[in-house]
Design a protein around this ligand. Structure first.
Ligand SMILES: Nc1nc2c(ncn2[C@@H]2O[C@H](COP(=O)(O)OP(=O)(O)OP(=O)(O)O)[C@@H](O)[C@H]2O)c(=O)[nH]1
Ligand SMILES: [Mg+2]
Ligand SMILES: [Zn+2]
Length: 299
């Protein structure tokens, strides 16, 4: 019997697919995917065949709307970027690289500033609200913003990303108690290393939609796997868009040129300086990279 389904997770060569009939089937992938060098990702829409004993096999992966390599997840509607005001401290460069990676793949970036019980989130929120990135303040201690996050996740496929320890799993546990995901303190006892969350798994939400709690990008992984070409980079900073056609030179890199409308907007306070600084840093990192090097990196 064949059915369509949604791949929720893969562990050790087995894939768990939520099929149209509402059941979850343990599936193997056909060898054909290995030949094509394609691995099934959480979030993949797949066609499976189910044997009489209830085991299944993935026959086909439907074309993806988008995918991320680290963490490996496909077809997400939004990337929830979690940063804490403190412990660990936020890096605007890492936030901006993550936002650019999402924009570059057509995934809606959303910023969640966590642990607002420890410090004021307003300065960070102001930067990103001004940039037009949906931004929320939350605390799992005071309960601030939890209801808003619940509403945000409803009916969509969302992936959570952010440094280890920012509170991604804690937030998800607040959103729905049934999650009971492992969080910081527990894993330290088990001595499992820095990242508490290791696998990508889509969890169904009570009000519809799915969330993936992911191990989070490190900045090294962002540099290796989610590089944005310099031609696309200005478009990955959405608040630059209104100015891009007004620069004096059509070849303007928007880093230092005379008559650059983006720089003018920074001077006028319409674009946050930290956002432009991140842009310049990222531009310098990619400007000399050749096409073949990008291909190599994305494998
Ligand atoms: N003060 C404060 N601490 C928090 C909050 N949310 C989470 N924490 C603490 O932060 C630590 C890390 O939380 P986790 O939820 O495990 O972080 P994570 O982002 O899932 O980390 P990884 O799975 O390693 O990527 C734990 O000790 C939590 O108790 C918060 O809103 N306020
Ligand atoms: Mg976690
Ligand atoms: Zn310019």
């Amino acid at each position: 019997m064949e059915q369509k389904g949604l791949l929720l997770k893969g562990i050790g060569g087995f894939y768990y697919v939520e099929a149209e009939d509402g059941n979850i089937y343990e599936c193997k992938a056909r060898g054909i995917f290995r030949k094509k060098k394609m691995s099934p990702y959480a979030g993949d829409r797949v066609r499976i065949s189910v044997e009489e004993d209830g085991t299944g096999a993935i026959e086909e992966i439907e074309p993806r709307k988008n995918d991320l390599i680290r963490p490996p997840v496909a077809n997400i509607d939004q990337l929830i970027i979690v940063v804490s005001v403190k412990d660990p401290s936020p890096s605007t460069l890492v936030i901006d690289k993550t936002i650019a990676a999402a924009e570059n793949k057509g995934i809606e970036p959303v910023l969640v500033v966590s642990k607002t019980d420890l410090e004021d989130a307003a300065p960070l929120l102001e930067i990103y609200r001004k940039a037009g990135i949906p931004s929320f303040a939350i605390s799992t201690v005071t309960g601030e913003g939890i209801e808003e996050v619940r509403a945000l996740l409803k009916g969509k496929i969302s992936a959570f990303t952010g440094n280890s320890g920012v509170g991604k799993s804690s937030l998800l546990n607040c959103v729905d108690e049934r999650f009971s995901l492992e969080t910081g303190e527990i894993s330290q006892k088990l001595g499992r290393g820095r990242h508490t969350t290791r696998q990508v798994e889509l969890y169904p939400l009570p009000g519809g939609g799915y969330v993936a709690d992911t191990p989070g990008f490190s900045s090294i992984e962002l540099d290796r796997y989610e590089l944005v070409r310099k031609e696309e980079l200005p478009h990955c900073f959405r608040e630059f868009e209104p100015y891009l056609d007004s620069c004096r030179f059509t070849s303007c890199s928007h880093t230092c040129e005379k008559g650059c409308a983006v720089l003018e907007a920074v001077r006028e306070g319409k674009i946050a300086p930290s956002r432009h600084e991140s842009y310049v840093t990222m531009y310098q990192e990619v400007k000399d990279i050749k096409e073949w090097q990008l291909k190599e990196k994305s494998v």
